[in-house]
Design a protein around this ligand. Structure first.
Ligand code: FAD
Length: 258
């Protein structure tokens, strides 16, 4: 994979190839680390897949696959499942021609200048933002649904354990404040910026993709203001429509998948 040629891309767009790659990696690699999924992890997996089935704004074949995985999982009444059984459903063992989860990764907007940089964690953030925006646009019923599903998925499965711990601490601190779909979108945006701030200059930073407080003034001039004392401040009523439009299903570029 590290041998793959660099694909030029637009740095201010979201690519379906990254979202599908994140799905592949999460369901076929990260979850596969558990030979048996049970208890709390099984509840997390069910909620995560339910949210994906509801809100993943993908191609019809991919959405059909997610829906079939979701209904299979919801029908499992025992307290544990084997990853093998789950994998059969993911690989569409019933061979329905209109349902598939592409195999392998193909990073585009999440390409890193080194194999260990960006990629999956970048895909996860992108997927999470897209899902909070989709929940708002499709008027889900519970404003915390997507964030709780993400929180529990990360807690049970995310391979970077220190990341999972940091994320859980942020969720414990302030997730209860989320009470609308807009505040869910903004919660994830502001927590992501806290992480960017903490990681700026760290070894995990790709020198070609420095951690910034996002969106930059170039991307969204109206999002930024300077207070009387010279401090920076965000104009949230500008940030919200910017984030909604940036991650909306109609802005996702689909050209670059396999
Ligand atoms: P990422 O931070 O992955 O962001 C991906 C893309 O999202 C960016 O390219 C940009 O287009 C957009 N974006 C950036 N900021 C925002 C924002 N505020 N709102 C909306 N969109 C934005 N790494 C660690 O070393 N330590 C940790 O504790 C840690 N915790 C993590 C927790 C979670 C839940 C996740 C998913 C990842 C975590 N990581 C952590 C990984 C780290 O945050 C980055 O994902 C990784 O370093 C790759 O960075 P990146 O440059 O691709 O940009």
């Amino acid at each position: 994979n590290s041998e793959e040629p660099w694909r030029p891309f637009n740095r201010s767009r979201v690519y379906m190839a990254d979202l599908e790659s994140a799905l592949h990696y999460s369901l076929r690699v990260e979850v596969a680390a558990h030979t048996v999924v049970k208890g709390e992890a099984l509840i997390s997996l069910k909620k995560y897949v339910a949210v994906l089935a509801k809100y993943f704004p993908g191609r019809p074949v991919v959405r059909n696959l997610l829906k079939s995985v979701d209904s299979w999982l919801q029908n499992q009444t025992r307290d544990e499942i084997s990853y093998e059984a789950f994998k059969d459903i993911l690989d569409n063992s019933a061979q329905s021609p209109d349902a598939a989860l592409p195999e392998g990764v193909r990073w585009v907007g999440c390409q890193g200048s080194q194999p260990h940089l960006r990629r999956y964690p970048c895909g996860v953030w992108t997927l999470f933002h897209v899902l909070t925006v989709q929940a708002k646009n499709t008027r889900g019923t519970d404003p915390k649904e997507v964030l709780m599903a993400m929180r529990n998925y990360v807690h049970s499965f995310f391979g970077c354990r220190s990341c999972a711990e940091h994320f859980e601490n942020m969720a414990m601190e302030s997730l209860m404040e989320v009470d609308t779909f807009s505040s869910a979108v903004l919660w994830l945006w502001s927590r992501h910026n806290l992480v960017n701030n903490r990681l700026a200059g760290a070894l995990s930073e790709d020198p070609n993709f420095p951690k910034i407080q996002w969106p930059s003034p170039e991307m969204c001039p109206a999002c930024h203001a300077v207070k009387a004392n010279g401090d920076h401040s965000w104009i949230q009523k500008e940030v919200l429509p910017f984030v909604l439009s940036y991650f909306s299903s109609s802005s996702i570029l689909t050209g670059a998948h396999r």
